[in-house]
Write a protein that binds this ligand. Structure first.
Ligand code: C2E
Ligand code: CA
Ligand code: CA
Length: 525
């Protein structure tokens, strides 16, 4: 018999055994579970590591991409300005440390790229850039670097060149290469390139300075139409002068240093004054009267041309209003104002002219806007639109320097033009039977056919005047009558419109040549 205590002990022991057994069983189960969990965990971990690797890889890739993008041009995949400068830094250092090692930097700019882009479309423009890039890469040797900067600008580092001659030979080679036509979507596209060269020198401290000098030389190459220029110190001085002009010009506008001079335009038939061309002058505080040729091109490069032209328009129209209202005889007097090609391409121009017409209250038909033939032909289709809009304001339009720009003959009938101004170069060498005489004759008859009138510019001799009269040229302008004069002198001319009749007899002798000075003397008496 088992007593209560024995039973309790037995129960206790069996419970222990059960628990022990159960624990063992549980332990087996937990281990398996654990193993399973661990396995899953390892799998997950592996997945995670895989993911991480992927992320790291793609991060690395995008970092590479960013690095690549930071140093390469997206269109051509060529190195960009950053990489160009980085490489140049390295090369400059090498140049300083290695005797007899030299290099050259070329700054290239495609000529007339904007015209190609505007007329043939941006995708053709892009293809042209790609093709140019290809030809440049094909032209350089290993170790050289070709980069694309902006738009139509490229740079080349010629590594290890012997000297200037070798660089020029190479430059001529690439200029020829670019000059041969490109076949783009079945069409032949012609291009050419202007190149500025800066030779490596120990005087340079920064890569940027070399590139800047090559850039300055490129501008000279464009200006002089030579196509290639090697940088020299005087170019730098000139660039600084231009910078100074730009700074001064900003002040000139604020300090009212600009003024207008007026050059009379005569009716050649009656020898009467009919109007003036308004020509800008700059009353510089230290340099005196600066002619437009010295600051208009700078103002065009800096967009200062827009406020300058607006000032000229406003000022000229105000002056014209005063003159016209001085006497009923002056009501038809007109003023010609020059528009720069840069301003002509500006969207706001039509509104600006409109506002000035309203503001100054002049009869729009007595304002004539002169725009050069080359500016109109830069983008003929847009020009037609713009000219039409200007014409709707009621102003007169004149093509300046006619005969010197791209040939606009095929477009001429589509331009709403009132006047052609025959360029002075044709008038100045006009001899009986000479080629230029023929050109003037042709321009006059062409203008007549198209219902336009003609102003001959730069008349300096009685002989030229006589020739123009025979050719039935309506209007003339030139030193023979007067140089551009300040407002007061112009006013005296208005008060005495027929003064030229007294000086120049109607039966001027064709063979007679009188120097402009002689006439000037007589006129100022
Ligand atoms: P342009 O429009 O062809 O103006 C005629 C230029 O020829 C004037 O030079 C005038 O003084 C000069 N000229 C006139 N008759 C004779 C002559 O018989 N013989 C010679 N040798 N020259 C003569 P200027 O005033 O120095 O102006 C030069 C150019 O500057 C102008 O050529 C025009 O393109 C530009 N310009 C002048 N004023 C302005 C302006 O307000 N705005 C813009 N955008 N350009 C202007
Ligand atoms: Ca003009
Ligand atoms: Ca002209």
């Amino acid at each position: 018999m088992i007593g209560a205590a024995g039973f309790a002990h037995l129960l206790f022991c069996s419970t222990l055994i059960y628990l022990e057994k159960n624990k063992k069983q549980n332990d087996v189960k937990t281990e398996r579970d654990r193993a399973e969990v661990a396995e899953t965990y390892i799998k997950e971990l592996q997945e995670y590591v895989k993911e991480q690797d992927k992320t790291i890889l793609s991060l690395k890739e995008s970092k590479e991409k960013f690095r690549h993008a930071a140093f390469h041009d997206a269109l051509t995949n060529l190195p960009n300005r950053n990489l160009f400068l980085e490489t140049l830094k390295f090369i400059l250092e090498k140049h300083k440390q290695t005797p007899n090692y030299n290099f050259a930097v070329l700054f290239l700019n495609l000529n007339r790229f904007k015209t190609i882009n505007d007329s043939l479309g941006h995708s053709t423009g892009d293809r042209l850039i790609l093709n140019v890039a290809k030809r440049l890469i094909e032209s350089v040797k290993e170790g050289d670097l070709v980069a694309r900067f902006n738009g139509d600008e490229f740079g080349i580092i010629l590594n290890d060149v012997v000297g200037v001659e070798e660089t020029i030979v190479f430059t001529d080679f690439i200029r020829q290469k670019i000059a041969s036509p490109f076949l783009i979507t079945g069409r032949e596209v012609f291009s050419s390139v202007s190149v500025g060269i800066a030779m490596g020198s120990r005087d340079y401290n920064e890569a940027e300075e070399i590139l800047r000098d090559a850039d300055i030389a490129m501008y000279h190459a464009k200006d002089t139409l030579k196509g290639v220029e090697i940088f020299n110190r005087s170019m730098h001085t000139r660039a600084l002068t231009l910078l100074q002009i730009e700074t001064d010009l900003r002040h000139a506008l604020e300090r009212s240093e600009l003024c207008a001079y007026f050059q009379p335009i005569l009716d050649i038939g009656s020898m009467q004054l009919v109007g003036f061309e308004s020509l800008i002058r700059w009353n510089h505080p230290t340099r005196g009267l600066v002619p437009p040729g010295e600051f208009i091109p700078v103002s065009e490069d800096t967009n200062l041309i827009i406020p300058i032209t607006l000032w000229m328009l406003q000022h000229s129209c105000e002056q014209l209003f005063k003159w016209q209202n001085k006497s009923p005889l002056n009501q038809k007097l007109f003023l010609s104002v020059n528009l720069s090609g840069k301003h002509f391409a500006h969207r706001g121009l039509v509104n600006q002219v409109h506002r000035i017409l309203i503001d100054t209250k002049i009869d729009p038909s007595t304002l004539k806007l002169e725009i050069t033939e080359s500016a109109v032909m830069e983008n003929a289709e847009t020009a037609i639109k713009m000219l039409k809009e200007l014409k709707e304001l009621g102003v007169q339009l004149s093509i300046d320097d006619f005969g010197t720009g791209y040939s606009s003959l095929s477009y001429l009938h589509r331009f709403p033009i009132d006047t052609l101004k025959v360029d002075r170069s044709f008038v100045s060498t006009m001899e009986e039977g000479s080629e230029n005489g023929e050109i003037v004759r042709t321009v006059i008859s062409l203008a007549k056919t198209l219902g336009m009138n003609v102003v001959a510019e730069g008349i300096e001799t009685v002989h030229q005047l006589h020739q123009l009269k025979i050719l039935n040229c309506e209007y003339g302008q030139g030193y023979l009558f007067s140089r551009p004069v300040p407002t007061d002198d112009a006013e005296m001319m208005i008060d005495d419109k027929n003064r030229w009749q007294k000086v120049l007899p109607s039966s001027v002798n064709g063979k007679q040549k009188i120097s402009p000075q002689t006439i000037q003397l007589e006129l100022t008496q």
